[in-house]
Design a protein around this ligand. Structure first.
Ligand code: GRF
Length: 204
C-alpha cells in the first residue's frame, strides 16, 4: 500500500512510520510527504530518506487549507498513487474537497485520550486539568476536530514531577508504538468500522 503523510512540524511520528514500513512491520511505503510549512522538519526528514517531499502553500487561512490548496494536496496525493492519508502533526483541519477525495481513508494521531482534550496542546490541557492518566489516540478523520471513529489508544501515566514537556515526551514514545500498530492493521484490512466503533478483526 502507498501512504501519503501530511505534517507541519518536526516529523518524529513520520520517522517512526517510515522505519516501521522499512522494517516490514507496516506492509506499505510512504510514497509522498506534504507540508504546509516550507521549512518543516518533516520535509527534511523525508528527503534524507529519499522519500518525495513537497511544501504546498496552504492559502490565506490560519487553521484550514483554502479550496484551491485542498485541490493541490489531493492532486499530488492522487498522482503519487496514495491510498491512505496519514496526518502526523498536520495543524490544519481538512474540509470537504479533501474529505470527499479520501473518504474513510484519512487517519490522525492526537496526543490525548479522546474525547478528552481535543484541539491544541492536548498534553498541556491534560497536565493543567490534573488527570493522572492521559495518552494518545489514532482515529479516522471526519469533518470535526479530533472527532472521528477511534482506531486505537495507548495510556500514559502523569507523574507528580512531570512538566508539560516531560509528559509530552512520554506521550511521544507511546505515539511511536501506537501509530505504526494501527497503520499495520489498517493497510492489512483488519479494521471494520461499525458506526463510531472500529473493530479489530484478526485475519483467519
Ligand atoms: C504529535 O504529538 C501528534 O500527536 C500531534 O502532533 C505531534 C506531531 O509531532 N498531532 P511530530 O511532528 O510527529 O514530531
Amino acid at each position: 500500500a502507498r501512504l501519503g503523510v501530511l505534517g507541519s512540524g518536526t516529523g518524529t511520528n513520520f520517522v517512526a512510520i517510515a522505519e516501521a514500513c522499512a522494517a516490514g512491520r507496516i506492509p506499505a511505503r510512504v510514497a509522498l510527504v506534504l507540508s504546509d510549512v516550507p521549512d518543516a522538519g518533516i520535509l527534511a526528514r523525508a528527503r534524507e530518506r529519499g522519500i518525495p517531499a513537497r511544501y504546498i502553500p496552504p492559502g490565506p487561512f490560519r487553521t484550514k487549507l483554502d479550496e484551491a490548496a485542498e485541490r493541490a494536496y489531493v492532486s499530488a496525493l492522487q498522482e503519487a498513487g496514495v491510498q491512505w492519508v496519514v496526518l502526523a502533526g498536520f495543524m490544519r483541519v481538512l474540509k470537504s474537497v479533501f474529505l470527499r477525495a479520501f473518504e474513510g481513508r484519512i487517519v490522525n494521531i492526537h496526543p490525548s485520550l479522546l474525547p478528552s482534550f481535543p484541539g491544541l496542546a492536548a498534553w498541556r490541557q491534560a497536565w493543567e486539568y490534573g488527570v493522572k492518566v492521559t495518552g494518545c489516540t489514532v482515529h479516522f478523520v471526519d469533518a470535526g476536530v479530533d472527532s472521528g471513529p477511534i482506531i486505537g489508544q495507548q495510556a500514559v501515566p502523569v507523574h507528580d514531577d512531570d512538566t508539560p514537556e516531560t509528559l509530552l515526551q512520554r506521550i511521544h514514545q507511546a505515539e511511536y508504538e501506537l501509530y505504526p500498530r494501527c497503520l499495520a492493521a489498517l493497510v492489512r484490512g483488519e479494521l471494520e468500522v461499525q458506526g463510531r466503533r472500529v473493530l479489530w478483526r484478526r485475519p483467519a
